[in-house]
Write a protein that binds this ligand. Structure first.
Ligand SMILES: [Zn+2]
Length: 243
């Protein structure tokens, strides 16, 4: 029988509440949902800015079996295991015009946080067709990056820059009682969608671990090493080689 610790009791109750209660519609339910939602730092704890978040440490996920959960630790440093999640993050951000974005935070990326962000048109004029560097040169010419043989080509449409407002908190100490019904409903929609994203990420990761095995592969990596060689003194070398 599983031992119920404080952590897994709260995770269990969170799971039950999200399956039984459903999306809140009454005003008091909406306010309670937003006020009680799990939050985490957007940067560091000393930065004091927090936002809606989810604890996604492996033991918090809804693993179909203990074996699978144990196997999951092998995947923590496997980059491919996160490609699906990154795709889900991108789709979420895009659907919110990048004003809302989800990303990992915390030591060992144990949390997913809802960030504010933006996507702005830049005034770059050209982009290198080889290294991708954006520049303000207004005519097509050779790339200026050292060692790059590419050409700066004129951009056909503006280049956009996507950024995350890391230090910006969301609804920190917010008095939701002062919000009108429309704004409250909008915020519920956003946070509910964020929670659904978390569940999709959880499912994605569990599916990945189920369908993959970690294998170790030796790869040839050229590297420069430093070694110590005995100094051969000219006179000595001469005397040795002399017949
Ligand atoms: Zn270049």
């Amino acid at each position: 029988m599983a031992i119920l610790t404080k952590d897994n009791v709260s995770s269990l109750s969170a799971r039950i509440s999200r399956t039984l209660i459903g999306k809140p519609h009454r005003r008091d339910e909406m306010i309670a949902f937003l006020k009680n939602h799990f939050r985490y730092d957007t940067m560091n704890s000393w930065n004091l800015s927090t936002s809606y978040a989810a604890n996604v440490k492996l033991y918090k996920l809804d693993w179909p079996s203990n074996d699978l959960e144990a196997r999951a630790y092998d995947f923590l440093d496997i980059e491919e295991a996160y490609f699906g999640i990154k795709r889900l993050f991108s789709a979420f951000a895009k659907s919110h015009d990048y004003r809302w974005q989800a990303n990992f935070n915390g030591r060992s990326s144990g949390y997913i946080v809802l960030y504010q962000g933006k996507c702005e048109a830049t005034d770059y004029k050209t982009r290198c067709d080889l290294c991708g560097t954006l520049t303000w040169y207004a005519t097509e010419q050779a790339c200026k990056v050292r060692g790059c043989n590419g050409t700066l080509l004129l951009l056909e449409e503006p280049a956009y820059q996507i950024s995350v407002l890391l230090g910006k908190s969301t609804d920190e100490n917010e008095d939701f009682a002062e919000w009108d019904d429309y704004d409250l409903g909008q915020r519920i929609g956003l946070v509910w969608e964020f929670d659904e994203l978390i569940r999709a990420c959880e499912k994605e990761y569990i599916t990945f671990v189920t369908n993959h095995a970690v294998v170790e592969k030796g790869v040839m990596v050229p590297r420069t090493i430093r070694i110590a060689e005995p100094v051969v003194k000219r006179g000595l070398a001469h005397s040795i080689t002399k017949p």
